[in-house]
Write a protein that binds this ligand. Structure first.
Ligand code: UDP
Length: 356
């Protein structure tokens, strides 16, 4: 069996690492053709994950990045269709909610190649998010839908997706966190920056709704400005660009770094006091590391975290951000919301079985 996997962005490399590993170690009759669209191309947004997480070198790299959503999706669609005609895979595997996900699922479904979607059924119910459009469309083009949670399954059922196509597998990001926990790495710069374990908060900002709005970016920076908390902010390239454009100074309690690799990120998450983010993945990782999460959005795809009171939604509102930072950031929950760490094994078995 030949599986063609389409990845292109940081969170997809991380998710694909455990499934590629399961496919190659458990199924000798399976050939995985890895296609990197090039959506994320900086070494610290791409190469580092391949090296650290032992992901095989992509068979094809399309080198498509840096354009608008329409430009990227269109160019990827064209190249992926040609590749799929050449490779003739039995299934196409896509992850999450990026333009690479949508281009992969569109190209495959038009060629009548079954699409398998990892992280199916997530919804923010906010169609202004490009990610929401990508995930809704991809789910409805897929024959195999791997949903991480019960809520994700019921979202799909409500939208009329056939029950037989939906598999509740748990969350592969939990598998990755467990697998690499022992390898978490303290960043070289940490001590020199006069930071101390458990006495700093970790922050990431990259969602378009925040980075594309100078008003939101300024509000977030104002909210982070605090005498009581030091922040570590590994800066996404898009956010860096936008900050430079608006010329907004960063508060002196914020230590800015380049994006870090997964192992350093794990260390920072595990040793932080709490986490402030607009990332989907980082909200869950906060949970894996038992850290309270302050989410810089008005809604989340991971509502169970809010219901368990380990995540609070504060939007891009400086007052709500600083109230949350100065409020109770202790973590209290012992629920296991994201599976048992065997999601990738489960997915690879279904993917390679005769389920379609
Ligand atoms: N991440 C990382 N280095 C960083 C920031 C994030 O390795 O400097 C990891 C993080 O641990 C998580 C993933 O990137 O596993 C989340 O990706 P991102 O926030 O870019 O996307 P989202 O999850 O919002 O789709």
């Amino acid at each position: 069996m030949k599986i063609l996997t389409v990845i292109g962005a940081r969170p997809q490399f991380i998710k694909a690492s455990v499934i590629s590993r399961a496919l190659s170690s458990m199924h000798s009759n399976v050939q995985e053709v890895l296609v990197h669209t090039g959506q994320h191309y900086d070494a610290n947004m791409s190469d580092v994950f391949f090296t650290e997480l032992g992901i095989p070198c992509p068979t094809h790299n399309l080198g498509i990045g840096g354009g608008t959503h329409g430009e990227n999706t269109g160019r990827m669609l064209e190249k992926l269709e040609a590749l799929m005609l050449l490779e003739r895979p039995d299934r196409v595997l896509v992850y999450g909610d990026t333009d690479s996900t949508l281009a992969g699922s569109l190209a495959a479904s038009k060629l009548h190649i079954p699409v398998a979607h990892v992280e199916a059924g997530l919804r923010s119910f906010n169609r202004k998010m490009p990610e929401e459009i990508n995930r809704v469309l991809t789910d409805h083009l897929s024959s195999l839908l791997f949903a991480p949670t019960d809520r994700a399954c019921s979202n799909l059922i409500k939208e009329g997706v056939a029950k037989e196509a939906i598999h509740r597998t748990g969350d592969v990001m939990y598998d990755v966190a467990l697998l690499f926990k022992e390898h978490a790495k303290k960043p070289d710069w940490f001590d020199q920056a006069e930071l101390r374990k458990d006495a700093f908060a970790l922050c990431t900002i990259h969602r378009a709704e925040n980075t594309d709005s100078p008003q939101n970016l300024k509000e977030i920076l104002k909210g982070l400005d605090s005498e009581n908390v030091k922040f570590v902010l590994p800066l996404h390239p898009r956010t860096r660009l936008k900050l430079q454009k608006i010329g907004a100074p960063l508060p002196s309690n914020v230590h800015v770094t380049e994006p870090v690799g997964y192992l350093e990120m794990m260390w920072l998450e595990a040793n932080s006091k709490f986490i402030v983010t607009d990332s989907g993945g980082v909200q869950k990782e906060a949970y894996f590391h038992r850290k309270f999460c302050i989410t810089l959005r008005e809604e989340t795809e991971w509502m169970e975290l809010v219901e368990h009171q380990v995540n609070t939604l504060v939007g891009a509102d400086s007052k709500r951000i600083s109230d949350a930072i100065d409020g109770d950031t202790s973590f209290q929950s012992d629920a296991e919301l994201y599976g048992d760490g065997l999601s990738a094994v489960r997915i690879s078995k279904i993917l390679t079985g005769d389920f379609l």
